[in-house]
Every structure is written in C-alpha cells, then in structure tokens.
Design a protein around this ligand. Structure first.
Ligand SMILES: Cc1ncc(COP(=O)(O)O)c(C=O)c1O
Length: 490
C-alpha cells in the first residue's frame, strides 16, 4: 500500500498540476503590489504590529498544504500593513532607500530563474560583471578592479578589511593566521565612522582595540594631522599600521572626509586606503555633488550600497577593489567540487565566490541592472541631488523656527535638529516616537555632541517638499503638545 502510494506520487513536483489558478492569483498579487506602490502616500508611514497579529507568527510548523490565496491573505492582513515603511515618502529614519517598481519586478524575474551567482558560466554573472564595470566607471577605478554584490556595506567593509589584511601579511597568512606574523596591525578611521568598521576589526581577529578612532573637525571630518600623529605614534610603539578607512558620508551627519588628503597620506605611509561609501558614494552620479568626493578614485577599495541612494530593493551592497588579483588572493579557495573548466557550465572563471566568503549567492545584480537601465545613471544622480537640496530646504526651515535648533552642519542629505524644551533628550526621543506611532513621518534619532537629535536622513526618492513640511509641522505640533506649551511661534 505504502509502496503503491509512493509509485503514484513519483512524478509530482511542487509545481501546480494546472497553472491557470496560479496564474490568476499571481496576476492579482502583482496588481495589488503595483496599487500598493501607487497609493503608498495614503497609508500611515508605520504602525505598530498589534499583539493579535504578532501572535499569528507563533504557529507550529505547518505539515499540510494551504492555498496560495489563503497564504497571500495572511500576507495582506499580517505583514503588509506592518512593514517598516521605508518605501513610504514619510520615511526619513536611519539610512534606507525606498526601492523602485522596476527593481521590484526584476526581483520576480530573478526569483523565477533562481540563479545561484556563486559561479559557473551563465548570464547572471555577466549581469553582475556589467554592474562591476558601471561601478568602476562611476568612481573612476581602472579596468583592473573587481567587484561583487554583497548583502550591504557592513559586509563590504568587512571584505575590504580582509583584503587589506591579506595584502599586508601576504597570502600565506590565510593559512598561518595573523599571530604567526608576529605583527601588531593597527587601523585608522574617524571617530564618526559607522560601527560596522569596529565590528569588522573584531570579526577579522584584530580586536577593536587595534582600531584607532581619530578625532574629527567641527564638520565631523577626520583630522588628517591627527591621523598622521596617531600613525607615527603607533610606529614608534612597534605596531604595524596597515589600513585607513575614509568616510564618504558619515552615518550621523553625512560628513565627507578629505578623501584626497587621506589618499595622499595613505600612499605616503604605505597604508591600504579603503572608503566606506555606504551612505554617499553613489552621489558621484551627480556632477554637482561629485567634486565633494574627490580622491575616492584613489582608494584601494570602496564599499557602497545600491539599496540606499541607488533605490534598488534590499539588499544590494557592493565591494569594489582596485586590484582584482589582490582581491582574489584574499578569498579564492580551490576545491575539487568547484573545479573550473575551459568549456561547459564549469567555465567562466574567475567566479564571484573567488572574491568573497559567499558561495551560494542570489541574483542581486538583476534588480540593480533593471534599476540603472530603466532610470539611467543621470536620473539617479539627479534624484540624489534633489534629496540633498531637500535637506538644505529642511535646514532652512529648522533655522527659521525659534523652537527648533540645528545640531550639525548639513553636508549631504542628513539634518540633525531638535525641539527646544525641558529635558530635551527625553522630549525629542518622545517626539520621534510619537511621530512614528501616529504614522505621520518616521525620522530616527542620534546623538550629536552629547545631545539627542532628531535625525532626518533623506535617502528615499519618494520624499518631496510636502513631506519635509509635514516633518517640521509634526515636530512643532507634537513638541508643543509634549512640552505643554502653545505651538504658536513667539
Ligand atoms: C556610513 C555607513 N557605513 C556602513 C553602513 C552599513 O551599511 P549596511 O546597512 O548596508 O550594512 C551604513 C548604514 O547605514 C552607513 O551609513
């Protein structure tokens, strides 16, 4: 009996027997998603997930099948309304892109082909190599450069650090480890750097004590003179300085380090020069903004994210290394089951898995390829420029309001400010939480010079001037409400 049943099911797969119903359901889902994007503005930017909805995710493993339609209903009811909202024009928190419809459709195509982009000889890798060429052209890297997609800039910065480590200690160090070198390697970054640089030092086995946090100037840019002092002091103390990380847009205020100055110093001091361009590097697509990043083309490696200013749906981080041989030497790990051939599907070496720690990799390149081709690099650059102009407009509104205080210079697309009132740290944290919970607008917070700031980071291409006005009006109204004063401007 059991044997008979097995016999009966031997040709069954997970594909439907009849595609008609699935096709109709798929069309409904696609239409709904396009409607969702077209009418995003009418929704709250965010709403907390009620306990009843959360409880629905505590189910036991389902053993029986369910209709796609029923699962989709759950998605509509339990997931869609409670997304983080970063596609919404009112979202200005953290550093998050809004995605775009062309990229969203490309995701469906990529999932259909289901490419594994770790290696082998197929078109998906040519798409990824094409993005590598475009990335090189954007930042002015030579043809010898290599690049691959990764989850995000956190991973890209980590990879850069590993490449710098191997370049400094030699390929042999991959086998012998750091300790065998007998060297105490030290790295340098500004005190305003993103925490993932510190974490990369920890993950790479150096320990974060080996990362020197260099003081910044009033604009939160690294002080190259202080960097030089720190490197000299470390050399005197017997350490081996090996890496300096420059910021092309710091996470708190968007500060851009003197990348030319850093490139010159790194060359002189024989340090690997890496640029963390997660936040800002894609602004080089704007001819007006590009000069601010002068020197980026002299870096040894650059980490950046297409999912931020590039508006590619998550995730789409990228690591670019000037010298592909050095890049490959840090990761390539020959194995018999990954043998390369001159012909057939195992051709096309080198493979992306030779340039990073991932073997199985999704087709991130396709949504990026669609986004860049559909909109064009100039248009994407113009969007970034528009967002930076909106930041200037927000700054002006802050400066014009006596109840508001600007807390940091506006270098790119981030405005840090606060509402003046009693216990300002608590008050401003509450203002931000209220604005989020009322679904009006979603900035985030950070600390600038020890003061809690409302931080508006304009990355999402759907943000317009009216959203900036909503933010200011919201902060003033909620601030007055919480501080217990009239919101009439004195
Ligand atoms: C300057 C900077 N570096 C690194 C990162 C990390 O990027 P990801 O979130 O893509 O890993 C961020 C994220 O906002 C950032 O702003």
């Amino acid at each position: 009996m059991i044997g008979d049943e097995r016999q009966d099911r031997s040709d069954e797969t997970l594909d439907p027997q009849d595609w008609t119903e699935l096709r109709a359901q798929g069309h409904r889902m696609l239409d709904d998603m396009l409607d969702y994007l077209a009418h995003l503005r009418e929704r709250p930017v965010w709403q907390a997930m009620p306990a009843t909805a959360r409880a629905r995710f505590h189910d036991d493993l389902p053993h029986e099948p369910a209709d796609l339609e029923a699962v989709y209903r759950d998605f509509q009811e339990l997931i869609l309304p409670y997304s983080a909202g970063n596609a919404h024009p009112g979202f200005m928190g953290w550093v998050q892109g809004g995605g775009n419809a062309a990229g969203m459709l490309a995701e469906m195509l990529a999932a259909t082909v289901n490419s594994n982009c770790g290696g082998r000889d197929h078109a998906a890798l040519e798409v990824e190599r094409q993005i590598g060429v475009w990335a090189r052209q954007m930042v002015g890297f030579p043809d010898t450069a290599s690049g691959i997609f990764v989850t995000g800039a956190s991973m890209a910065n980590f990879i850069a650090l590993i490449v710098a480590r191997t370049a400094t200690l030699g390929v042999e160090s991959r086998r012998t480890g750091i300790a065998a070198s007998g060297k105490s390697l030290t790295a340098y970054v500004s005190a305003a750097a993103h925490g993932c640089v510190r974490q990369a030092m920890e993950l790479a086995g150096f320990g974060s004590d080996a990362l020197r946090m260099i003081p910044t100037d009033a604009g939160q840019r690294i002080r190259v003179d202080a960097l030089a002092d720190a490197v000299a002091a470390d050399k005197r103390a017997g350490h081996t300085p090996f890496l300096v990380v420059g910021n092309a847009g710091t996470v708190d205020i968007g500060a851009i380090d003197d990348l030319d100055g850093l490139a010159g110093f790194a060359k002189e001091a024989r340090l690997w020069f890496h640029v963390d361009g997660a936040l800002g590097a894609l602004a080089v697509l704007s001819p007006a903004l590009k000069p601010r990043f002068s020197g980026i083309e002299r870096a040894d490696s650059i980490a950046f994210d297409f999912h931020k200013f590039g508006q590619v749906p998550y995730d789409a981080g990228f690591i670019l290394v000037r010298d592909s041989e050095v890049h490959r030497a840090a990761f390539a790990s020959p194995a018999s089951y990954l043998r390369r051939e001159a012909r057939g599907l195992a051709g096309g070496s080198p493979w992306p898995c030779d340039f990073g720690p991932d073997l199985s990799r999704g087709f991130r390149a396709l949504k990026t390829w669609f986004t860049i081709k559909v909109h064009g690099g100039d248009r994407l650059g113009a969007e970034i420029e528009r967002l930076c102009a909106l930041a200037v407009s927000l700054k002006s509104r802050v400066e014009a309001e006596p109840r508001l205080e600007l807390l940091a210079p506006v270098a790119l697309n981030i405005v840090c400010f606060r509402y003046r009132g009693p216990d300002p740290d608590r008050l401003n944290a509450d203002i931000v939480a209220e604005l989020q919970e009322r679904g009006i607008v979603a900035p985030s917070t950070t600390t600038v010079d020890g003061k809690l700031a409302i931080r508006a980071c304009l990355v999402n291409h759907r943000i317009r001037q009216c959203d900036i006005d909503t933010l200011i009006d919201g902060v003033l109204a909620v601030g007055a409400e919480l501080a217990g004063v009239s919101d009439a401007v004195e």
